[in-house]
Design a protein. Structure first.
Ligand code: HEM
Length: 468
């Protein structure tokens, strides 16, 4: 049997800096290019080697069955100043315990309850739009997604003013993480740049809000709605009977706030961008929401009757998965797919690159939600579709996210269309998650009735072959 060797280095490395330039400036193109060089390949930043897994079966092994052999990567540890030892960064038995404790807050019955709040907030947001308004879709969805997480998970524990502060502050935290990811030396973080200043001010504000909400709930007599905060406060360690420490509750709350907002808002922003460029998809979506909702807001009960809306979101997450690059650190020398991964090395997997592999998805560059219909099962490889990760660290909020995104998109599409307000090309920007930058759009009111007439009089639609 051959002795396992370290994966071969991908071509394109420059002397001294290695692949640093491509990783910094052409990261997405590099990740796609790497697919051609093997199931696991090495890239280099200076003398440091990083490994990229291109085979989804090996990625599933790393994230799932053999997850205990891969710990938290340095890239993820950048989040520690925000999320401390919350779910995303914690490991081993401690992580398993925390996850067990938090899971009940995301079960089916709970998400069904949250859906009422999602529906109410989506409706009030759609009501607040006016004809011909120019808006920044990424900012609008960021504000809506943050308010939804705050209201669903902490019910009334965070008042309106503080919610607005969270909405303002969170993007500064994420921007800081994004900028740190591009600077492995850590030097940039110490300079008095606007990004660093706003980060420090925002983290102080958010920490204060979350600490205040925890303290207030501890001192209140209980009662009220059962939300995530109450689950965290009531929980007891099965062995010691100890409650969760306030510091840990704080870290879990910050984790949920950061993991549960930008991911959703960016997916929604990409969706309206793609819809604006694909009239045949838009028409079909409008047909579905008009028939099911006739202009009203979507509810949890409507979800099974909105299959195409779900396919549109599924396809957006294939092309633009917010978690476009997942990473781990090998705990010890490990063999994966016959390759040796030395202890401590960073091992990455890109859902973005794999979702665009022509061997796994037919015409992968095309936005084609219908590929997710049961009749076209041959056009997709479900095992290679990993926008929510997998295994012990897989997204705990997946059910929450699908419910939220479907309700928001259907409620919006039932009344409004968002049209591009700028001819500027929109390109994905790989920060910590996959950003779409500032996405300026103009609102156009829809009339569900005219949409129904249009649908019944137009010829059957077969998507052309647009690019994204
Ligand atoms: C479109 C929406 C979302 C996407 C694409 C997404 C994606 C992901 C991915 C890929 C991971 C795994 C990271 C890894 O294994 O390295 C993850 C973990 C996580 N997500 Fe999500 N997520 C979304 C929405 C949400 C929401 C709405 C919440 C909560 C309200 C949430 C909370 C979390 C948490 C707490 C973790 C860490 C779980 C753990 O480590 O045990 N996510 N998410």
């Amino acid at each position: 049997m051959p002795v396992p060797a370290v994966p071969a280095e991908a071509p394109g490395a420059l002397p001294v800096v290695g692949h640093a330039r491509q990783l910094l400036w052409q990261r997405l193109a590099l990740l796609e290019e790497l697919r051609r060089h093997g199931d696991v390949v090495a890239v280099r930043i200076g003398p440091v080697r990083l490994f990229v897994v291109n085979d989804p079966a090996l990625a599933r092994e790393m994230l799932g069955r053999r997850a205990s052999e891969f710990g938290t990567s340095d890239q993820y540890r950048l989040m520690a100043q925000i999320t401390g030892n919350g779910l995303l960064l914690s490991e081993g038995a401690f992580h398993r315990r925390q996850r067990r404790l938090i899971l009940p807050a995301f079960n089916h019955a709970k998400v069904r309850g949250y859906a009422d709040t999602m529906s109410r907030l989506a409706e009030s947001w759609a009501d607040g739009l006016s004809e011909g308004r120019r808006l920044s879709a990424d900012e609008e969805f960021a504000a809506l997604a943050t308010e939804i997480v705050v209201r669903c998970l902490f019910s009334q524990g965070i008042d309106r003013r503080s919610t607005a502060e969270v909405v303002d502050g969170l993007p500064h935290l994420m921007r800081w993480v994004g900028s740190r990811g591009l600077d492995p030396t850590g030097l940039l973080a110490r300079l008095p740049t606007p990004v660093n200043r706003r980060f420090r001010a925002s983290i102080r504000t958010l920490n204060g809000i979350v600490r205040g909400a925890v303290a207030e709930r501890r001192s209140s007599s209980g009662g009220g709605e059962e939300d995530l905060l109450s689950v965290l406060l009531q929980t007891r360690d099965a062995e010691t009977g100890e409650p969760m420490a306030d510091r840990q509750i704080h870290d879990e709350v910050m984790t949920l706030l950061t993991a549960g907002t930008e991911t959703v808002s960016r997916t929604l922003a990409w969706t309206v961008h793609l819809l604006a460029r694909h009239p045949e998809v838009r028409r079909r979506l409008h047909g579905e929401v008009d028939e099911v909702l006739a202009g009203r807001a979507a509810s949890f009960e409507d979800l099974p009757r909105l299959p195409y809306t779900r396919q549109v979101l599924t396809e957006t997450l294939r092309l633009y998965p917010s978690g476009y690059l997942l990473s781990r650190a090998a705990v010890a020398d490990t063999v994966l797919g016959g390759h040796l991964l030395p202890a401590g090395s960073t091992v990455m997997f890109s859902p973005y690159a794999v979702h665009r592999d022509p061997a796994l998805f037919a015409e992968p560059g095309r936005f084609d939600p219908g590929r997710w219909s049961p009749e076209r099962a041959d056009d997709v490889t479900p095992e290679a579709y990993l926008p929510f990760g997998l295994g012990p660290h897989g997204c705990i909020g997946e059910g929450f996210a699908w419910t939220e995104m479907t309700i928001v998109l259907a409620t919006l599409a039932a009344r409004w269309e968002l049209c591009p307000a700028s001819a500027k090309a929109v390109r994905p920007v790989p920060t910590f998650s996959l950003s779409c930058g500032r996405m300026l759009m103009t609102t156009r009111r829809r009339s569900p009735l005219s949409a129904v007439v249009q649908r019944t009089t137009s010829a059957p639609i077969r998507p052309a072959a647009p690019t994204n």
